[in-house]
Write a protein that binds this ligand. Structure first.
Ligand code: ZN
Length: 285
């Protein structure tokens, strides 16, 4: 595979930051000019010989370079979305190691078959990496990660608890603290349970798929679960009172409508708070 030329790098504005975190975890943060426009970066983490997530296809040369000379025994994906799995094929080939993903079959039902143009523009075209089913515990080089299912954002979603440092790597379980815009396939009730499941592990630190690091995150995770639960309760109450979905959305989320509309427009309706309203109604227990 050819590395991007200097001109391509300059045009795409690809950037890579490496930090050594507590507990001997290396964080690699990737961004491009397009992702920075939306204040977005993507993170991958090396825990001993295990790699959690890979970054996006457009930045695969940077992921490869960041891990050059390191021994990788396995790649573990928090979920299959292409911003986290886009360089899995290239890294697995370079390091001759397997890629593990929980419920790999949902890749075809949660949108990878028909990636919308904005996602291709942002993240590039992911390679095919033939994932193996996720084991419950992954051991390599004296380090072990425990796989904890956290469906909601994606049915394939998994958190990894590092038994040595107490850090938990959660992918997109926690992007921000509120009840926010979601993709149309997301299940907010499963997200609530997953947030509480990770909080109950009482992790020392949380590391997210978009580069956030938070010490003692249990309270923040429970707070987010409570906010989604409260929003879902209000959405169902208004739905039973006969209000249409857009009106419910306006009442439950009175602020930030312009930003939400922009996100909805930008993502061709794939990400919105209206999706959260619809999911709360459709998936009500
Ligand atoms: Zn995701």
């Amino acid at each position: 595979m050819s590395l991007p030329t200097l001109a391509e790098r300059a045009l795409s504005g690809l950037a890579c930051k490496l930090d050594e975190l507590a507990g001997g975890i290396t964080r690699v943060r990737l961004s491009s000019r397009t992702t920075r426009l939306n204040h977005m970066q993507v993170a991958l983490y090396r825990v001993g010989e295990l790699l959690v997530d890979t970054g996006f296809a457009r930045a695969r040369a940077l992921s490869l370079r960041a891990l050059e000379g390191q021994r990788l025994a396995a790649i573990l994906l928090t979920h299959h979305h292409e911003d986290h799995s886009g360089a899995a094929a290239a890294l697995a080939a370079r390091h001759a190691c397997p890629v593990y993903l929980r419920r790999p079959e949902v890749r075809r039902t949660e949108g990878l078959d028909a990636i919308k143009p904005y996602r291709r523009l942002w993240w590039g075209e992911p390679g095919e990496y033939g994932p193996l089913p996720m084991p419950e515990r992954i051991d390599a080089g004296g380090r072990a990660l425990r796989a904890v299912p956290i469906p909601g954002h994606s049915a394939s979603h998994t958190a990894f608890l590092d038994e040595l440092s107490g850090a938990v790597l959660v992918g997109d379980l926690y992007i921000s603290g509120g009840a926010t815009a979601v993709m149309s396939h997301e299940d907010p009730y499963e997200s609530i349970a997953s947030l509480r499941r990770v909080a109950d592990l009482e992790p020392a630190r949380m590391l997210t798929g978009h580069g956030l690091s938070m010490e003692r995150p249990a309270a923040a995770l429970r707070e987010k679960a409570a906010r989604i639960e409260a929003a879902a309760g209000e959405i169902l109450r208004l739905h039973r009172a006969g209000l249409p979905e857009r009106e419910i959305c306006r009442r439950v989320f009175p602020g930030g409508r312009a930003k939400d509309r922009f996100l909805e427009l930008l993502t061709q309706g794939e990400f919105s708070r209206l999706n959260l309203v619809r999911a709360c109604i459709r998936r009500a227990p």
